[in-house]
Design a protein around this ligand. Structure first.
Ligand code: SF4
Length: 272
């Protein structure tokens, strides 16, 4: 069973946020002016020494261009977004994040204060993301954990696998959320596996579509180049491809990774 550090001070009665690690801004800016937390990728030449794996992601990268992910102004905002995106579309997360930003609550200390002083307002801000009461509890749990663990410095420096196990012990944090937090907020090399990743792997006959999460994560990590930019771009490309092309009915015809065999395998689905 994971041992999880928990801060005992749930509220911040002094209002002093000078030591709040959630305030640390480490975002970059995309060409269109939108902020993101992650590496400034530019063009990546190779994703993997495995030719079949590399071909899929290199083609997606060349076709879609650098994705510059994760969209956020601070690492803690990445954590909030990773929780809120569970079971909902990103546009709904953006609305909830905008509400939290307008309330000045995008830091762990302020989320904990809100949960004590005005829990209804916190839930209302999260309403657009769905399951808002459960997500409020999850944000409180992850905020407590984040402060208790030592904030961003600890996430960036502690050994990866024990840290990952610890995050998985926090209420409401599953493997995809944990890996998103570690990869994008903390800059750690762990592969994020989501529905889109699973679909792309299976449709290109890289893995079994029903394989367990951990098996797919290990598969990807054994193949991805040991570069933080590669890990960040890998998941960002899966999301970009899944939203636009690799849907339940794939649009292979205008997907950068299309091949005669992927077209043939998806014959009968929407192609245009
Ligand atoms: S849409 Fe087609 S070509 Fe693109 S990743 Fe999915 S299966 Fe491959």
């Amino acid at each position: 069973m994971a041992i999880v550090s928990v801060v005992t001070l749930r509220c911040d009665p002094s209002g002093d946020l000078s030591g709040d690690p959630g305030l640390e801004c480490t975002s970059n800016v995309r060409p269109d002016g939108a902020p993101f937390v992650g590496r400034s990728h530019g063009r990546l030449r190779r994703f993997s020494p495995d030719a079949r794996f590399d071909a899929v992601f290199r083609q997606l990268h060349e076709g879609f261009g650098p994705q510059d992910w994760w969209p956020a102004e601070t690492p803690f905002e990445v954590i909030v977004g990773a929780v809120l995106t569970q079971n909902t579309a990103w546009r709904n997360v953006e609305q909830a994040l905008s509400n939290l930003r307008a309330q000045g609550r995008l830091t762990p200390a302020r989320i904990l204060t809100a949960s004590c002083e005005s829990p209804g307002e916190l839930e209302e801000a999260l309403r657009p993301s769905g399951y808002f009461r459960a997500k409020a509890k999850k944000l409180v749990a992850v905020s407590q954990w984040y402060l208790g663990a030592g904030g961003l410095d600890a996430l960036m420096e502690r050994p990866l696998e024990p840290l990952r196990t610890e995050i998985l012990g926090v209420y409401g944090i599953g493997p995809e959320t944990a890996d998103s937090i570690l990869c994008y907020a903390a800059g750690r090399r762990t592969a994020v596996i989501d529905t889109y990743t699973r679909r792309i792997f299976a449709r290109h006959e890289l893995t079994d579509g029903d394989a367990p999460y951990e098996e797919l994560r290990q598969y990807a990590m054994e193949r991805l180049e040991p570069s933080q930019a590669v890990y960040e771009e890998f998941h960002a490309l899966c999301v970009r491809t899944g939203y636009g092309n690799c849907k339940p009915k794939p649009r292979c015809v205008d997907c950068p990774a299309t091949t005669p065999s992927s077209l043939a395998r998806t014959e009968g689905h929407v192609q245009g």
